[in-house]
Design a protein around this ligand. Structure first.
Ligand code: ATP
Ligand code: MG
Length: 552
């Protein structure tokens, strides 16, 4: 794995804990983490936080990080997700040391379950799900043993075998850990560790019809892989006693430790795979890779870079209290990254035709590709007799403080001299359809053609620039916390505006999918990787030049 840059090395309470563990020789000084996705959906920005943490800690401590698919629930999982998750992790810039599937451990997990039965630590319960829930009680009602709790181990063993052999129907029996039916921590009230599920599994096929529960499979899978620090989100804090119970009661050779951190919560979006799936299934977005989705695929297509996502994860840090991160923080991470790296170009989103009446002939103008990066060189843009500027840059009756093109006033054309508006053309309904201007060649210094200072600079494109499609993306939700039953009512109706007559510098026709530019004065734009055709990129707005939500 690559060495961390100084800005990427992690400093948080988990790194401190690992440092302590190592100074005490715990786990033999080793550091082994894992990222354990369930292959039931695409990865999102929340997963990116966990990925950066797990792979980052392994990198910083010279340890290892495994990718393990937690594929213990066959009904919701699919190989499509297994492939996509691997691609997304690689794209983020990380490489796992070992690739594993919890399903590879089904035999081992089964044997350990038999061991638990034999030692009196597990039993087959033939109560129905409703009965089990009733006997378990709740925070106010004490839990009680079901009639099956004290059956002999031999009977449970035989029944467990029959469960595996498919001789018992779904819902007719479960295997439960025997801990304490009235424990104050509900997770320890004899949790179910195996259930019957006659479902086809994407890897093990029809070999199994009993599947281990997550809370049982997870610690023991960690143990098989000799994970040292098993990092998960805070909701699992109450599950830690059962995690430890599994490790200690089975008495696995390796003794991993679970450590919890606060999950990422971002405003103006939803993050759970369940909700993202609903948006996809109900066609409220164009699939998992819709550029408005905060999936890794969506972000990638939108034009986010791996470095910007890693920088975001680094910036928000890792701690133990749940909090909300403002969407502006994520947007700013990509803005900063692209400001430093993206070449500049000119595009006119809403074109207004401008005729330069006195331009003697076409003129080649040299424009810098990046003001702070001379190594990115210059490009040539042709100033033609007819050009396009943005409609917003012209006002016939300018408000106070408007320093762009106005009748009778000079304005600077980016890299191409000055223009002064002489006349305005309108259609029958009075809409401005074009303006005619006098052009003046560039002048050294601050003075304009008329002697005074020219305050405004506007961008432009040649008149023969082809029409291009530009999609202006914005936040998917218009409220900070789209929750409750009607969360979908808060979708932002303006999250995508499609402009089909934008004009982009002709040289950009050769942009490749995924190429990103700063369209000067306009924003950062990325050539769409799915809908672009050769010679005709479609442009996705990654982010505006400035945070336009902060002041709303
Ligand atoms: P979701 O609730 O979105 O379905 P999940 O936790 O069920 O997510 P998993 O595939 O089980 O999804 O997650 C894999 C890993 O990613 C887990 O270790 C989990 O803790 C972590 N993870 C998931 N969501 C977040 C988040 N919002 N912030 C940080 N880590 C997360
Ligand atoms: Mg999960």
């Amino acid at each position: 794995m690559s060495e961390p840059t100084a800005t990427e090395a992690l400093s948080n309470f988990i790194a401190d804990r690992i440092t302590d563990d190592r100074s005490q020789g715990k786990h033999g000084g080793r550091v082994v983490t894992r990222f354990p996705p369930e292959p039931n959906g695409y990865l999102h920005i929340g997963h990116a936080k966990s990925i950066c943490l797990n792979f980052g800690l392994a990198r910083d401590f010279g340890g290892r990080c495994n990718l393990r698919f937690d594929d213990t629930n066959p009904s919701t999982e699919d190989i499509e997700y297994v492939d996509a998750i691997q691609e997304d992790i690689r794209w983020l810039g990380f490489n796992w040391d070992e690739l594993h599937f919890a399903s590879d451990y089904f035999e081992q997990l089964y044997e350990w379950a038999q061991k638990l039965i034999r030692s009196g630590h597990a039993y087959v319960d033939e109560s129905s799900a409703e009965e089990i829930a009733a006997y378990r009680g709740d925070f106010r009602t004490p839990g009680r043993p079901t009639p099956y709790r004290d059956r002999p181990a031999a009977e449970s063993l035989a029944l467990f075998e029959k469960m595996r052999a498919g001789e018992i129907d779904e819902g007719k029996a479960v295997l439960r850990a025997k801990i304490d039916t009235n424990h104050p921590n509900m997770n320890l009230r004899d949790p179910v560790i195996y259930r019957i599920k006659k479902a086809h599994h994407h890897r093990t096929g029809d070999k199994w019809c009993i599947y281990p529960m997550y809370d049982y499979a997870h610690p023991l899978s960690d143990a098989v892989e000799a994970i040292t620090h098993s990092i998960c989100t805070l909701e699992f804090e109450d599950h830690r006693p059962f995690y430890d119970w599994c490790i200690n009661t089975v008495d696995t050779p390796a003794k991993p430790n679970q450590i919890e951190f606060a999950r990422l919560n971002l405003n103006y979006t939803v993050m759970s795979k369940r909700k993202l799936l609903q948006l996809v299934n109900e066609k409220l977005v164009d699939g998992w890779h819709d550029p408005r989705m905060l999936t890794i695929r969506g972000l990638r297509r939108r034009g986010y870079t791996p470095a910007s996502i890693r920088a975001f994860a680094h910036q928000i840090g890792v701690n133990r209290t749940n909090s909300w991160i403002d969407m502006g923080v994520l947007e700013n991470a990509v803005r900063e990254d692209l400001n430093a790296s993206a070449p500049r170009a000119m595009a006119v989103l809403r074109p207004l035709k401008v005729t330069l009446t006195n331009l003697p002939e076409e003129r080649a103008c040299s424009l810098s590709n990046h003001p702070q990066k001379p190594e990115l060189g210059h490009r040539e843009v042709r100033l033609t007799r007819q050009i396009f500027i943005d409609r917003e840059d012209f006002e016939e009756v300018p408000p106070k403080g408007f320093f762009r093109l106005v009748p009778g006033g000079w304005v600077r054309l980016r890299g191409a001299g000055f223009i002064k508006c002489d006349s305005v053309e309108k259609d029958a309904s009075g809409n401005v359809t074009g303006v005619s201007c006098t052009w003046h060649a560039p002048i050294e210094g601050n003075e304009g053609p008329g002697g005074g200072k020219v305050k405004g600079t506007i961008h432009w494109v040649p008149g023969d620039s082809p029409a291009a499609t530009v999609r202006l993306y914005d936040r998917l939700f218009s409220v900070e916390h789209p929750d409750g039953d009607d969360w979908k009512a808060h979708l932002n109706p303006n999250s995508r505006e499609i402009l089909v007559d934008a004009r982009v510098e002709p040289s950009l026709a050769h942009a490749k999918s995924g190429d990103t530019f700063q369209f000067e004065r306009t924003g950062y734009f990325c050539a769409d990787s799915i809908d672009s055709t050769p010679g005709k990129p479609i442009w996705n707005r990654v982010v505006t030049l400035k945070d336009s939500w902060a002041k709303r």
